[in-house]
Each structure stands twice: as C-alpha cells, then as structure tokens.
Design a protein. Structure first.
Length: 217
C-alpha cells in the first residue's frame, strides 16, 4: 500500500510563530492552508499574504483549501502567493468544471471537495479531471469539531469510483481526524489526512505528528 500523506492544518498553528510551527511539521507531507471568507463559511481565517508568508518559511507542498464564494476570482492570486494545490468546493461556484480547468491551466494540482450534506454525485462530472478529492468530515468553518461518522461511507464510495476510473488522485479527508480514528479513515480508502487540532493541540506539533505516525504503523 502507498504511504499515507499527513497534512497538518495551519488553521490551528500559532500565528505569532508560524515559521517555528512550519519547521516543527517539516517532516509532514503537506501543509494544509484553510482559506475562509465569512460568506461561504461562517468564519474568516486568512488569505494570500499569510499563504505567501508560509511559502517563504517552508518548502512544504502548500495544499490550499478554498472555502470562499466564487473561487475563480482568486485562483490566480493564490497560485502567485505560493499554492502548489488548490481545492475548490462544488457548492461555491456554478462552474466547478471551469474552476478545475483554471487551476490546471495555472499549472497547479486541482482538487475538488464538498460539504457533508452535499450528494457525492456532485463531484462525478469532474472526477477524471482532478488530482485530489477532499471528503469533508465536518461542516467547514472551524477547527476542533467532531468527525461525522457517515463520512466513512462517503470515503468508501469515492475510493471505489477512483479505483474504477484507474485514477491516481489523492483521496483526502478533513475534519475531526485524530490518531484514534486515523486507521479507520485510511481503511475506508483515504490516502491523505488533514489534521489541525490533533496536530497542534496539547503538547505541540512534533508530538502530535508522531502520534499519527504511531497510529498508522
Ligand atoms: C475545517 C477546515 C479544516 C480544519 C480541521 O473547516 O477545513 O482543515 O482546520 O481542523 P481539525 O483537524 O481540528 O478538525
Ligand atoms: Zn481544510
């Protein structure tokens, strides 16, 4: 089996010490960057300048999760600010296919995602065109929420779809992922785990990451 990627979410890092926290997660696979606009989700996080700062401080793959309305407006800016991958929500635009094409034309990895209440069929039309599918396992907007158990079935279904297509796309899972449920999430078919509070909480990101590695051994 291919190794599972770990993508700590910078939403839960200490913004006054972002460079230190990025260094502490230096042996993670990706850095997950949660952009929220206070319209698509009921919270505001940060935008291009913070991504650009993270980019300057770390060589990690910057995996940018756009929780913003009409993301087409900003794809170019996030690419210029240092995104390596850009993931867009099907609910955030009537033109998901165009958004995915725009990301590819920018030369970045294209991801598609959907909220827990959105039927999985919504991603089918672009499934063959994406490098990543993100299954949200909480309602996006905040770190530290509880994993929604029905997400496991959704992960299994998309795993089958990707396998049927012969697609090498990453199957990422985001929200409430912990060392306690990581094995079940991977067993359902995930290839990449996002974790915010479970990495940066308690005794620091190095210990947090180590607990995931142990759980996935
Ligand atoms: C939720 C964000 C997540 C969040 C995960 O809206 O998309 O990436 O940071 O945080 P945890 O791991 O604490 O649920
Ligand atoms: Zn996220």
């Amino acid at each position: 089996a291919r190794p599972v990627k770990l993508a700590p979410s910078l939403l839960s890092c200490d913004f006054t010490r972002m460079a230190d926290d990025l260094q502490a997660i230096g042996d993670a696979d990706w850095a997950h960057v949660d952009v929220m606009d206070g319209a698509f989700v009921p919270n505001i996080s940060f935008g291009m300048p913070i991504l650009a700062a993270a980019r300057r401080a770390s060589p990690l793959f910057m995996d940018v999760h756009l929780m913003i309305e009409a993301p087409e407006r900003y794809l170019k800016d996030f690419a210029a600010a240092g995104a390596d991958g850009l993931t867009v929500h099907v609910e955030s635009t009537p033109h998901i296919h165009r958004a995915v094409q725009m990301i590819r034309e920018l030369g970045k990895k294209a991801g598609v995602t959907l909220n827990p209440g959105t039927p999985l069929e919504a991603i089918k039309p672009v499934l063959a065109d994406v490098d990543l599918v993100l299954i949200m396992s909480v309602n996006p907007g905040f770190g530290g929420q509880k994993f929604i158990p029905q997400s496991l079935d959704r992960i299994r279904t998309v795993r089958h779809w990707l396998d049927d297509l012969g697609s090498p796309a990453e199957l990422q899972v985001d929200g409430g992922v912990t060392p306690q449920n990581a094995r079940a999430v991977v067993h359902a078919g995930a290839s990449c785990l996002v974790a915010g509070s479970a990495v940066f909480g308690a005794d620091g990101p190095r210990a947090g990451l180590e607990r995931f590695r142990e759980a996935l051994k």
